[in-house]
Design a protein around this ligand. Structure first.
Ligand code: GAR
Length: 202
């Protein structure tokens, strides 16, 4: 079977990207990263280049409107032969135009237990609400925000003296464990999606 070609989209430091690079290099995920794209200058680009992966900044500010920006992303992803789009700390909402182009072939990781605390400030919202458990969620991307079918979740405790940084670090550890695992399952054809429900096949 042909290996899946991943296109990883990032906006920041890229530790989730690094966990995927490391898992592929360790032979745990039967895929290759064909390209890494960012929407602004970000350390993720450097991580990709260090691993010998093509890395391009598609600067959002250079585009008037979301569709021309997404068109540029799609062109780069298609040119690289990408078969699965992996959002790894990509802080832009994708429109139905992009989502429709890669329908069923976009994964995201969110740093909270969805459907609670969607959006860009999950740890802040978790701490403000006072919940005792948080975590992370890997899901397929649909046309809503953080609303697609859930593939896997991992929980961590929220401690009384947590800050966004300490909680974020605890959650990130779990992200680095489950995101490569979900990508592996996808690449091995072990994710069955029926409506909102994702089943992991034996
Ligand atoms: C991760 O915690 C990821 O879950 C979150 O951004 C962080 C990226 O960290 N993603 C979102 O909030 C998406 N809405 P990284 O740059 O170190 O991989």
């Amino acid at each position: 079977m042909a290996k899946e070609k991943l296109g990883v989209l990032c906006s920041g430091r890229g530790t989730d990207l690094q966990s995927i690079i490391d898992a592929i290099e360790a032979g745990q995920v039967p895929a290759e990263i064909a390209i890494v794209l960012t929407d602004k200058e970000a350390y993720a680009l450097e991580r990709a280049r260090k691993a010998g992966i093509e890395a391009v900044c598609v600067d959002r500010k250079q585009f008037e409107g979301r569709e021309p920006f997404e068109k540029a992303l799609i062109e780069k992803l298609e040119a690289a032969g990408v078969t699965l789009v992996v959002l790894a700390g990509f802080m832009r909402i994708l429109t139905p135009y992009f989502v429709g182009h890669f329908a069923g072939r976009i994964m995201n990781i969110h740093p909270a237990l969805l459907p609670s605390f969607p959006g860009a400030h999950a740890h802040r919202d978790v701490l403000a609400y006072g919940v005792k458990v948080s975590g992370c969620t890997v899901h397929f991307v649909d046309e809503g925000t953080d609303s697609g079918p859930i593939i896997m979740q991992a929980a961590v405790p929220v401690l009384d003296d947590d800050t966004e940084e300490t909680l974020g670090a605890r959650v990130l550890k779990e992200e680095h464990r489950i995101y490569p695992e979900c990508i592996r399952l996808y690449c091995e054809g072990k994710l069955k999606v029926e409506g909102r429900k994702v089943t992991i096949l034996a």
